[in-house]
Ligand binder design. Sequence first.
Ligand code: TUI
Length: 313
Amino acid sequence: MKTRITEMLGIEYPVIQGGMAWVANAQLAANVSKAGGIGFIGAANAPAEWVRDEIRKAREITDKPIGVNVMLLSDYADEVAQVVCEEKVNAVTTGAGNPAKYMSKRKEAGIKVIPVVASVALARMMERAGADAVVAEGMESGGHIGEQTTMALLPQIVDAVQIPVIGAGGIGDGRGVAAAFMLGAEAVQMGTRFIVAKESTVSQEYKDRVIAAKDIDSVVTGRSTGHPVRSLRNTMTKEYLEMEKNGAQFEELERLTLGALRKAVVEGDVKMGTVMAGQIAGMIKKEQTCEEIIKELMQETETVIKDRCRKFE
Ligand code: TUI
């Protein structure tokens, strides 16, 4: 499958692994790239030197293209932006903000810049600022989210910009990939499906929670703080939502979630930790290697496109 995205990034399949905080390390990203997609190391709130080390580790695993996701709310965003230029990664995605101020430096370093956006306005602004593509991410995603669904957001962004658009949020199998293509996407970004990859180093408890999840098991916390986050329902989200309902202050809410993602990913505390995952968690049934995930995904995509199209002949 050839699209402007596969050509631009020099990859075999139009599949991008989301740069998930604490989850998307060198091991996961490199194995996605090795399997023909492109993996992104999630810089999240990590110091720049951690990011540099992970980029170098990934390069030892594969010589295929590799990316970094810069989380713009991070205290280290400036330093991380510097490191990705020095290490000359192939592509950078950004999340949770407006990356305009980093654009020119990355382009000079020959890095493809792909902001993750949750609105048409930001997509347009990013195109004007020189972005190579955008990820249109709907609120079905795990982690920090916008307000629009992928179904509504993706075609509106496709209509609004000329640069290629990558669909994200709620895509977990070949039917989702086919649907995103029908809406005008030229690649997809998936996060949740890769959490349970065999090469993913998250705690077994985290993987088991994703595999056990049903359709209605994710909730959104933090709407009152302006930073809504989707994660799987547990003791922490119950307490958090209760506190939000009672008008708790930002600092009080912060105390409940500070370090909570690490707690779930690293320590396996899926009761008080934040188990970020998207709405498609309910469709994930087993652990597979990155290669198995991508091969199966592409096979399903081809089958459903051919099957469904035949029905209209
Ligand atoms: O960034 C993500 N997903 C994330 S970041 C993250 S770490 C975090 N944890 C707690 C609170 C905040 C962050 C976990 N998951 N996805 C990309 C994304 N970006 N989704 C939505 C947006 C977004 C939202 C508003 C991008 C820009 C924006 O407006 C920016 C502006 O200034 O207009």
